[in-house]
Design a protein around this ligand. Sequence first.
Ligand code: ADE
Length: 399
Amino acid sequence: MRIDVVSIFPEYLAPLELSLIGKARREGLLDIQVHDLRSFTTDRHHTVDDSPFGGGAGMVMKPEPWAAALDAVVAQGGSASMPVPHLIVPGPGGIPFTQAMAHDLAAEPWLAFACGRYEGIDERVYEHAAARMPVTVVSLGDYVLNGGEVAVLAMVEAIGRLLPGVVGNAESLVEESHEDGLLEYPVYTRPATWDDAGTARAVPNVLLSGDHAAIAAWRQQQRVARTAARRPDLLAASALTTGLDGLGLRLAVPADAPELLVLQRACWVPEGRANDAWGIPPLVETEEDVRAGLNAYQTWVGHVEGRLVISGRARVSPEDPTVWELGRLMVAPDLAGRGLGRELIAFLEAQAPATARLAWMNTGERSARNQRIYAKLGYRRQQAPPRYPGTIELTKRLR
Ligand code: ADE
């Protein structure tokens, strides 16, 4: 990977000669070129800043040296494998830098970093750059640094260590904080009991047990507990990556009725539109009707951060004990497309009693998306006339 860094303090980037990143450079895995912005000035004083139009405190970086510097960087590319760099401009007003972004950037052949100082870079430089290459403004976090250099050190380290061969033990990259949305478990080394000036501090027993399954379970539980304590925001997000398992699916109770009503209205508006059917039960039911439904069906609900986001219900058909009727399958619209609906259907099928032979459901005649999903899951359209006009009925053999 090639990385160009433009800064008025090239010496600031000297730590990139050290440790694993320095070694990667020496081994040719990483080609880092640091450029002094001042060398692209044309005046005697090598001026890179000026006062802001419109007034205000501080100075603004002038456009001309930046344009010249970025053009010089771009001019070094042009080959098919490295046409232009992806320009990263560190700044507190950027999108957050994350492990996922580090992975994305590590997959690119060429990155350039523009280190701003003072109150920032003249906005027209972003336009100049965007006409030549992809540009992303990236922030390390919600605080203000004096310039982009420290952010570049952090980002280059986070990106560089993901390149093949940079970190010797690739496995150590997998079990890290943020790699799967959870923080890392605590680690210990010898001595097993440390005499800390009279206080005996012991390593958790399970780690000395040699029981690998127990150790893995303990570590996972520590990761979840630590994430809940320090970064509850991540726990909710990781619940989404673990799929249905992370949503704490449980049977609904009457107190769930108001939220179920809100979710079903939200989920059935697209159905109403697709079928031009605004009188369908999920759209017109009252909270009382929803509560009554909880008595007639077993209804399951799942939550993210206390918000009811998924639900489905099922019952043994009153007419035929071999038929397991599924219904009211809903996933909050903002969580659609993650496969949760499919998981929900599989879950509901798995709840069928031993007497059930056939899973049954219905959907709107013109609900093309639903029909596609159900067909993929093995549901076949019934030819018999449907119970409700405007719907089709589908079944799947369970056993
Ligand atoms: N430059 C100044 N503050 C910054 C921040 N929070 N992240 C990245 N670059 C910055």
